[in-house]
Write a protein that binds this ligand. Structure first.
Ligand code: BGC
Length: 417
């Protein structure tokens, strides 16, 4: 039996056993990892949109930033023949499921709505497989941002740092004043989110592409990579002692509450500041990781639709159509912290951070500096991504010095491919 046939067969068995047919159900079951305050608020925009169309929402939240836990639950659900209707998914995971024949073909809708014309090529590469649209892009996040508490910076006479040297000076000044300089959550995906920003700042776009996308052993094993790990040592030395295992939104809360100066995190962090009633430029500052102005490492959240029997169900089509509508792309992303996945959405309702984000993404796409985030599934397949996470986290926790980390990285990536 092919994968799809197995899926249809087992779904049918389950439906019979439950005495209901899934296709008659007027709701969508959505598996996602949007469980933090700002994320849940953004998700509500989508739930309400669908409810207004008479489509019910079966929520399947799986907590865990970056989505590793959600992907584990997804595998278990598919293996037991009970795939959710729609799944929040990133980059290479979408390609993997599509290549296994598990995803529905959204081409009819995509043609009708001209997705080809409004979605940037960099995202289409991860939303279309063999000419078929298999996922509906919701947004574009970028990972190379820093979030700062404005009063903390002002109180210590610190200006927005423009390069690594200015960043280290700012961090040391906060440290000397007894303030936690960097709010961080020690989880592999968060360590890797910081690592890729440091890497881009240290080596530039070509180095990022060679190491994190082309997986070139020379770049991975280079002196520049040694410097990247040394810079990670500096960051490790300036987080508070309770960093281990902390969720990303709790690290954001430290900056919101003035307990820390900076957080290096993707722009979903902005959703938390907004939820706390804070205003960019007044209460908090957003700026590109020092040394990465004009460059963007992106990750786009998408909804992949699992094939429920050959055709796209009306509920799946309604969900996909809703997320791609220009009105929704604005309303959702204003709350989420991301920018629209469509290129034709007005920035009128967005705040200054997002306005800058939209300009940055467009400019980076034009200059060849728009690159997939490794930490969020757009650099390399999951096996390689996880191998890199292991090395970065082990080094961050003191298991390797920076020189051995370089060797470990080269080996880990070679083995994982
Ligand atoms: C997702 C974001 C999410 C973040 C933290 C990222 O991988 O793209 O939508 O807010 O993880 O959970």
């Amino acid at each position: 039996m092919t994968f799809r046939a197995k899926l249809i067969f087992s779904t049918a068995v389950l439906a019979l056993a439950a005495g209901t047919a899934r296709a008659d159900d007027d709701s969508v079951e959505v598996l996602h990892w949007w469980t933090a305050g700002g994320e849940a608020a953004a998700l509500n925009v989508l739930k309400e949109d669908l409810e207004a169309q008479g489509i019910g929402w079966q929520d399947m939240p799986v907590a865990g930033g970056g989505g590793a836990e959600a992907m584990t639950v997804l595998r278990a659900r598919v293996t037991s023949g009970d795939a959710p209707t729609a799944v929040q998914m990133l980059g290479f995971d979408i390609l993997d499921w599509a290549n296994q024949g598990a995803l529905a073909n959204l081409n009819d809708l995509a043609e009708q709505e001209a997705w080809d014309e409004v979605i940037p090529a960099a995202i289409q590469e991860f939303a279309k497989v063999d000419g078929k649209w298999v996922a509906a892009p919701v947004n574009v996040h970028s990972t190379n941002w820093v979030w700062a508490n404005k009063s903390v910076l002002d109180a210590h006479g610190i200006a927005v740092p423009a390069n690594w040297e200015e960043l280290t000076a700012a961090v040391e000044a906060l440290s000397a004043a007894g303030v936690t300089p960097i709010a961080h959550g020690g989880q592999p995906w968060q360590d890797a989110t910081v690592f890729e920003a440091v890497l881009l700042s240290t080596g530039g776009s070509d180095f990022y592409k060679a190491a994190m996308i082309d997986l070139d052993p020379e770049a991975l094993g280079s002196e520049t990579m040694g410097e990247v790990f040394k810079r990670m040592d500096f960051i490790r030395a300036h987080v508070d002692e309770n960093f281990s295992g902390r969720d990303w939104n709790l690290a954001t809360a430290m900056v919101i509450n003035g307990e820390a100066g900076f957080q290096m995190m993707g722009d979903w962090a902005k959703g938390e500041f907004l939820r706390a009633g804070q205003v960019p430029g007044q209460d908090f500052l957003c700026f590109r990781f020092p040394g990465t102005a004009d460059k963007v490492t992106f990750n786009a959240d998408q909804f992949a639709m699992f094939d429920q029997g050959g055709t796209v169900s009306p509920q799946q089509a309604a969900l996909a159509q809703a997320v791609l509508s220009p009105k929704f792309q604005s309303a959702f992303n204003v709350v989420k912290g991301s920018v629209p996945a469509r290129t034709d959405v007005s920035d009128a309702d967005f705040d200054d951070c997002a306005k800058q984000g939209m300009k940055d993404v467009a400019a980076a796409a034009a200059s060849g500096d728009l690159m997939g985030s490794l930490a969020h599934g757009y650099g390399a397949p999951a096996s390689v991504k996880n191998a890199i996470f292991d090395v970065v986290t082990a080094h961050f926790n003191g298991e390797f010095d920076s020189e051995s980390a370089v060797d470990e990285l080269v080996d880990a990536v070679a083995i994982a491919q």
